[in-house]
Ligand binder design. Structure first.
Ligand code: PEP
Ligand code: MN
Length: 361
């Protein structure tokens, strides 16, 4: 190699290193600004500030690069800096896998969510009577289901529809679960009910319609009970994670995320199961993830295929509604399985479930 070129290349190498050191120093200072902006609740992107910097850089441009090139180079630097600030923002979230790389396990009696072996959560939409809950719990426990569901406080679209049995329902649900050694999950809709629901339930469910009820999220975050957090009807994945963050930020790290279908233009299913959302939840958070196929599909013929898809995608549990006699159920009667339908469902998903549920039935 020509010695003059060699020498000049060494000069270029030295400048590259200096540029890199300066860029790194610039990035550190920009990150510090980013942290302060976050603390103050301000965004990182400030177009006026970028314009100002580009203006003095072009004014002071000594050449040989034309102004357009200088602008282009610095815009790349601004873009990379912004991306860095945004990434640092995400890293600090409690839900994030970057904050906690290992899976969070939620243990409730015999059930472990996120323990590697997928579970089933099953039970009627609403708790209607002692007989109904007893028959359902007996049937499900016999098949190895460890988590019994049933609503005592029901979020109904019409204020004139059955609203649930309230505290009486909580008692019935608790007693049925105890009789068959199951864990009991039920919805809490009001901050004023968190205490009484915690008294009877093992897991507090926050329903889709309340996913952004921030007062409720804070209240269940302060309760010392695991929280089953359903994704809102029209919530983005990010909004769902932020809702989880509300609970986690109160010191309660026992959060289970539930994808239950989102509202789309599709009419042949009640909602549209967003399997990508469930997989994103597994990848980006450390929390256990459940797919509620009943509320997602709203029709029984889709439950087993959707459950198989969800389990194959790696979710920690599947949620279904089961009722001794769905025709006379007081809510969601088109989508609840009767016992024979549940047995058929189980036979189709059994091989993907934890051994306890897989053995029996
Ligand atoms: C339910 O679980 O019965 C329920 C009302 O679900 P969601 O909040 O997902 O509609
Ligand atoms: Mn329901």
């Amino acid at each position: 190699m020509e010695p003059r070129i060699l020498e000049l290349r060494r000069e270029i190498d030295r400048i590259n290193r200096e540029l890199l050191a300066l860029l790194s120093e610039r990035a550190r200072i920009a990150s510090e600004i980013g942290r302060i902006q976050t603390e103050l609740g301000l965004g990182h992107y400030d177009p006026a500030r970028e314009e100002e910097m580009l203006a003095y850089l072009t004014a002071e441009n000594p050449g040989p690069f034309p102004d357009g090139t200088v602008k282009k180079l610095f815009k790349e630097i601004f873009k990379a800096t912004l991306a860095l600030e945004e990434q640092e923002d995400k890293r600090k979230f409690l839900f994030s896998r970057e904050t906690r790389p290992e899976d969070t396990q939620v243990r409730v009696r015999d059930a472990v969510f996120g323990g590697g072996a997928p579970l089933l959560i099953a039970g009627p939409c609403a708790i209607e009577s002692e007989e109904q809950m007893d028959a359902t719990a007996a049937f499900l426990a016999e098949r190895g289901v460890k988590v019994l569901r049933g609503g005592a406080f029901k979020p109904r679209t019409s204020p004139y529809a059955f609203q649930g049995l309230g505290v009486e329902g909580l008692k019935i649900g608790r007693a049925a679960a105890d009789r068959y050694g199951m864990a009991f999950v039920t919805e809490v809709m009001d901050t004023r009910d968190v205490e009484v629901v915690s008294e009877y339930a093992d897991i507090l469910q926050v329903g889709a319609r309340n996913m952004q009820n921030f007062a409720l999220l804070r209240e269940v975050g302060a309760a010392r009970r695991p929280v089953l957090l359903k994704r809102g009807l029209s919530a983005t994945v990010e909004e769902w994670f932020y809702a989880a963050e509300y609970v986690l930020s109160q010191g309660n790290d026992q959060v289970i995320l539930v994808e239950r279908g989102i509202r789309t233009y599709e009419k042949w299913t009640r909602n549209t199961l967003d399997l990508s959302g469930a997989v994103l939840a597994k990848q980006l958070t450390h929390l256990p993830v459940v797919v509620d196929v009943t509320h997602a599909a709203g029709r029984i013929d889709l439950l087993a295929p959707l459950a198989r898809a969800a389990l194959a995608a790696g979710v920690d549990a599947v949620h279904v509604e089961v009722h001794p006699n769905p025709k006379v159920a007081m809510s969601d009667n088109n989508q609840q399985m009767d016992f024979a339908q549940f047995d058929a469902f189980l036979s189709q998903v059994r091989d993907l479930l934890e051994p306890a549920a897989a053995k029996r039935g």
